[in-house]
Design a protein around this ligand. Sequence first.
Ligand SMILES: Cc1cc2nc3c(=O)[nH]c(=O)nc-3n(C[C@H](O)[C@H](O)[C@H](O)COP(=O)(O)O)c2cc1C
Length: 352
Amino acid sequence: MKKLFLMPLMLLATFMISAACSEENPIQDGQEQTTPGENDGEEGNEEGGDEEGGNVEGGNSRYLVLYCSRSGNTEQMAQTIQSTLDCDMMEVVPETPYENNYNDMLDRAQAELDAIGQGNYPVITTSVESFDDYDIVFVGYPIWYSHMATPMQTFLHNHADLLAGKRIALFASSGSSGISTSEQDAASLVPEATFEESLLLTSSSLGSMETRIPQWLESLGASRETGHGENVAVSLGINIIVGDQTVTATLEDNGAAHDFLSRLPLEVTLEDYNNGAEKIFYPDPELSLDDTPRGCAPQAGDITIYEPWGNVAIFCRDWSESSSLIKIGHINGDGIGLLQGTENINVRFERQ
Ligand SMILES: Cc1cc2nc3c(=O)[nH]c(=O)nc-3n(C[C@H](O)[C@H](O)[C@H](O)COP(=O)(O)O)c2cc1C
């Protein structure tokens, strides 16, 4: 798995905070909700089903499924997403194994959540080098005291910069609690990411996983396509909205265009450049140019990147060829008319 690697960390977690009971303990009877036939709740997490633990390299490298799971419910959700999309999957593993005893696990989780509140994150042994190639990163975890389980909080904390600008889709399992508190955890851990609609399965809905997950993936526009060449008409169409007017554009099937797509929705001010010739803005971070052919003779409506400056330039009129220009899309029909003139314009880019 080229993009993913495990990084053993040498530090020991030192959380000696007293494990006082939370004001909310929805699991006081010590019963864990597991899917019938799965772990019985008294066992610690056994690693995922394959010989690489919970890690899988799929044929479709546009999606990554990250998950942590103590008793197997979230892992099952992760495996269903992975097999539906045939994508990469990686387990986020705490350096100190989950407690076998359920009540000990409750105490530990409470202590780790308290520690995170003080800025001290429990150590994990999992690290990802780059998310550049992924359109969507799926992030799965159990709900612990209404919050995101601590190993995943550490992972997001450690990777916040790399995840800036990425599309993240959260999924979680719980006994009965909702997902909204953990969504707030995620938003504060990775404030620069774009969060898609989340999926929560509770103990009463885990059984419908096989239908709920494909429906959810479809609503996100995630499919099993193996390359950039399939479903192009659907996946590469975008809307460009100015005030109450919308024009459409079709992106190219190259790496930079897919990176742009992964950042939508995006609101920017397009600045006039060269007296009405172009409208430009500077993506932050710059768009990845992997798998992207260089050189373009821009026509009115072309959406390009000017490589030396890293800005996106939308051409309002035809221009001369340059090897430094990279085409990532084209505004359909005569839609470029909406952007013509010498004013700066506030726009919103959205997926269709
Ligand atoms: C430490 C701990 C805290 C939990 N807190 C909650 C909670 O606040 N609300 C809830 O509905 N379920 C709670 N649960 C139950 C788990 O969220 C649920 O069993 C989940 O499906 C476990 O996922 P896993 O099998 O992937 O570990 C908790 C479980 C543990 C171990």
